[in-house]
Design a protein around this ligand. Sequence first.
Ligand code: 5GP
Length: 237
Amino acid sequence: MQRGELLYSGKAKSVYLSDDAKRLILHFRDDTSAYDGEKVAQLARKGMVNNKFNAFVMQQLEAAGVKTHFERLLSEDESLVKRLDMIPVECVVRNIAAGSICRRLGVEEGLDLDPPTFEFFLKDDERHDPMINEYHIRSFGWASADEVEQMKDLTFRVNEVLKELFIKADLLLVDFKLEFGRYDGDVLLGDEFTPDGCRVWDSETREKLDKDRFRRDLGSVVESYEIVAKRLGVDLQ
Ligand code: 5GP
């Protein structure tokens, strides 16, 4: 499968057309960014680690009955995916308070959230991805009521599957962000699941092993992603 025209270049991934009109090629780059692109860096091996991490998670989710866009690995840093009609909304589930919810609500980092909480954000860098609610999504036509329900159900299902998987690897899945899209009348999980878009802590020490290492200048960013990958059983060879 050959890369075709560049369709879109994000902060850490580029998306290319493929030989097949219904498939796209994702290229996971070594670039990393935070704070809406204000802080950027190149981190060696990150593209490879995230490509393989994402493939592993998507395959685990498929095996658990969650439909995803993932088809197969193409190379060290490229994957083939179904071409979705993306819904411009980010779905966030939080099992433990961290990040923006602590700033917004004044809660302490590390607080267990029972039940896990859920938030929608609009994908809009210029407006710093504002938080939105279900009525906004329906009133502005970003998704139908049925699609909203499906996105919530699927996000909680992903949380159940992955929380279990992470616990067995002595990892706490603190929170994560998912994006969905339409494909042949179905809502499928799209985008990626990597330590760039979730928070993961060591169960015992609560050491941060995700992109907060980059955001907060804690160092060993890719090394931490590799620790998570290896504990989960991702083949990085
Ligand atoms: P927060 O709202 O605390 O900043 O983020 C909640 C979770 O969603 C974190 O795991 C964070 O990494 C992820 N997240 C939120 N927005 C984005 C985004 O625009 N890009 C990525 N990669 N992850 C995001």
